[in-house]
Design a protein around this ligand. Structure first.
Ligand code: ATP
Ligand code: MG
Length: 360
């Protein structure tokens, strides 16, 4: 029996093709006995067939297996009886039921990928940690509209929610930088502490957590200002921790500076489980045509291996993750198979096959 069971949900749109591509690369990198991909149903398409967006057996697999690999979920025009969109509800339900509170979005410009920014010789290589369970999005579905005149939502910041995501960010900075190197072990807190009490509290709790990490520098940036800095001096950043909505916004900005959504991975991590998927959605406009880039999902698979490696003290998985990252680098830097969203011609399967070959 394989050592690690991966609850795998292909989902909607390009989900199945990018998931298949990532499974192929992961199997090639780890050997056929290491990972067992346990396929489970879920998503908007499955809702149409069965009336369930997250079947209970899918949830149980996601809760109890070693990790979750997800393609993408959501299809336009599919609604619940009350008229609300099904969208990526599958993913949101897993996020809340499994309490996946730290949404990790690495932003790294790989060789061979053109950034829309001109002056990036110093490189782009930082990670955004988005608080994933509260903030302004905690109000989702609970906002109020008064007499068709005034609408309001509630922004929630708790001590517990902030402490745990801040610790995740500081720990991540330590893991990324073996030894403190010229001030680069740094966590930047992204907020609007100058305007709202909630964000001032978020910052104050991050400050308290920072005292447990004297080796990591703490830095602050207002959410508006950081959009300028991420364009003008992206090389300054190491780890950025942000409230849910700000993290959502700056993650898209970061992705755009490093090749776009098709190459941007993500991991959503809790204390007991983690889910890995590309940062993009289900892109129904290009589904089923073998033109989607599988790189975001492949690199998410590599994040999954690193998470499993730490959790289970299994260094071979981190080694496999290194080989996947190196192979993706080679494929792009040498122009072996460049997907369309990065200006090439290669289809989803060609990119995955090239990455497998480059694993050596
Ligand atoms: P969501 O609401 O789930 O975030 P979205 O509406 O923001 O989804 P995405 O599905 O992320 O949209 O994609 C936006 C567009 O980017 C797609 O329509 C598609 O053209 C392009 N795109 C997204 N992912 C990829 C990919 N992996 N490869 C190539 N192009 C992609
Ligand atoms: Mg989006």
């Amino acid at each position: 029996m394989a050592t690690y069971q991966i609850a795998t949900i292909e989902g909607d749109g390009i989900g199945p093709e990018v998931t298949q591509a990532a499974m192929k690369v992961l199997t090639e990198a780890c050997g056929s006995d290491t990972l067992s991909f346990e396929m489970r149903d879920g998503g908007a398409g499955h809702y149409v067939k069965s009336g369930e967006v997250l079947p209970e057996d899918t949830f149980v697999a996601c809760r109890d297996m070693h990790a979750i690999l997800h393609g993408a979920a959501g299809l336009p025009g599919i609604v619940y009886p009350d008229g609300t969109e099904v969208g990526n509800d599958l993913h949101l339900r897993l996020r809340f039921r499994l309490d996946l509170y730290a949404n990790m979005r690495p932003v790294k410009l790989l060789r061979g990928v053109r950034s829309p920014l001109r002056d990036v010789e110093a490189g782009i290589d930082y990670v955004i940690v988005r608080e994933n369970t509260e903030g302004l999005y905690a109000s989702r579905g609970a906002g109020v509209l008064l007499r068709g005149e005034v609408a309001s939502d509630t922004l929630v910041v708790t001590r517990k929610g902030t402490e745990r995501v801040a610790r995740f960010a500081f720990d991540l900075s330590r893991r990324r930088n073996g030894a403190p190197r010229d001030g680069k072990r740094r966590v930047t807190v992204c907020d609007k502490a100058n305007i709202l009490r909630t964000y001032a509290f978020f910052r104050a709790v991050c400050d308290e957590v920072a005292t447990e990490y004297p080796d990591v520098e703490i830095d602050y940036a207002y959410a508006d200002a950081i959009t300028v800095h991420l364009v003008k001096k992206p090389d300054f950043y190491d780890v950025i921790v942000a409230e849910n909505m700000f993290g959502d916004i700056i993650s898209d900005l970061g992705a755009a500076t490093a090749g776009g959504m098709g190459i941007s991975p993500s991991g959503e991590i809790g204390d007991h489980q983690a889910l890995f998927q590309g940062a993009h959605g289900s892109a129904p406009d290009i589904a089923g045509q073998n033109v989607a880039s599988p790189l975001a999902t492949i690199l998410s698979g590599s994040l999954m291996l690193r998470w499993l490696s730490e959790r289970h003290g299994d260094a071979t998985l981190a080694g496999a993750a290194d080989r996947i990252d190196a192979a993706v680098n080679t494929v792009l830097a040498e122009g072996i198979a460049v997907p369309r969203d990065l200006g090439g011609q290669a289809g989803c399967t060609e990119v995955a096959d090239a990455v497998c070959r480059a694993l050596g």
